[in-house]
Design a protein around this ligand. Structure first.
Ligand code: PDD
Length: 278
């Protein structure tokens, strides 16, 4: 596989990051994951806008423009023959001797690689995902797509050990989001509910694209926090992310959501999203 690192396209074994890289030492970095389907970058403009925002929020600067980043992504897709899978991008503040304070003008580290992966969710669409409820143990700037992912790594371990596919994190009795996804429920009176964007969650690109098409189709999504009790009482549930698009959630902490089978509202949301994405 050919990877991109700081201006160069290299075989993955030749691409090296310094042991003094601030991403490694401090988790001082930002990432993005973009899906590729049918040779197309999905929601690319939204991912680039969020990247720019995250970098700005940590007081960093991108070493190349987002137009150049998209060109790098296309070249990697071509070099690696990737028509379906993911593109991972990581930006860090750069490498220098360990010091909490960074030097002005430090050259950032920018790495991109492809991950070939079938984004075939047919099994999930048939059965839905199992979700485990865990406490949200993250910091208060979850709107920044930071590489400090230890809380999510541990949350996903707990979920997997419980035989679940994803963790939904809870704060003050309300679901914030999935460990790597945005959370939604459908109430008994047919309302689709997901938390509004704020510092308490990552503003999902898949979420933004989905809400836009849903609104165009006259489906209203209520943007507000929902409690764990509401989630248990929901008739349907789903999650969205770059790697899953829109998929049903049919089990919460071992209890079935609604009938325990994927329902019509989530099926419609999935169709709307996919039609728009392709
Ligand atoms: N995760 N919330 C969190 C905490 C996330 O990490 C992600 C994405 C999302 C969904 O965002 P988007 O729709 O833009 O992918 C929500 C990526 C896929 C990951 O960490 O692999």
């Amino acid at each position: 596989r050919i990877v991109y690192i700081n201006g160069e396209f290299l075989p993955e074994t030749e691409a090296k990051v310094s042991v003094f890289d601030r991403g490694f030492l401090f988790g001082d970095g930002i990432y993005e994951v973009t899906a590729v389907l049918g040779g197309k970058l999905i929601d690319s403009a939204l991912h680039m806008a969020r990247l720019e925002r995250s970098v700005k929020e940590i007081g960093g600067f991108l070493p190349v423009s987002t137009e150049e980043i998209v060109a790098i992504e296309r070249r990697l897709m071509q070099e690696n023959g990737l028509s379906e899978g993911l593109i991972y991008l990581q930006y860090t503040r750069g490498a220098e001797d360990r010091n909490f304070l960074w030097s002005e003008g430090l050259q950032p580290t920018l790495v991109l690689f492809t991950q070939a992966k079938k984004l075939d969710h047919s099994k999930i669409l048939e059965n839905g995902l199992k979700v485990k409820i865990v406490p949200d143990q993250r910091w208060e700037r979850r709107d920044i797509k930071s590489v400090c992912l230890l809380p999510q790594v541990l949350a996903k371990r707990i979920a997997a050990d419980a035989g679940c596919d994803e963790a939904w994190m809870v704060e003050d009795g309300f679901v914030t989001e999935g460990a790597s996804s945005t959370a939604y429920i459908v109430t008994a009176d047919g309302k689709i509910i997901t938390r509004a964007n704020s510092n308490t969650t990552l503003p999902g690109c898949t979420r933004a694209a989905l809400l836009q098409v849903a609104a165009e189709q006259g489906l209203t999504v209520e943007e507000r926090p929902f409690s764990v009790e509401e989630a248990f009482a929901a008739v349907e549930a789903c999650l969205t992310s770059a790697s899953n698009f829109v998929v049903p959630v049919t089990s919460l902490d071992g209890k079935p959501v609604g009938t325990g089978k994927p329902g019509p509202v989530v099926k419609r949301l999935r169709e709307l999203y996919m039609e728009n994405a392709l």
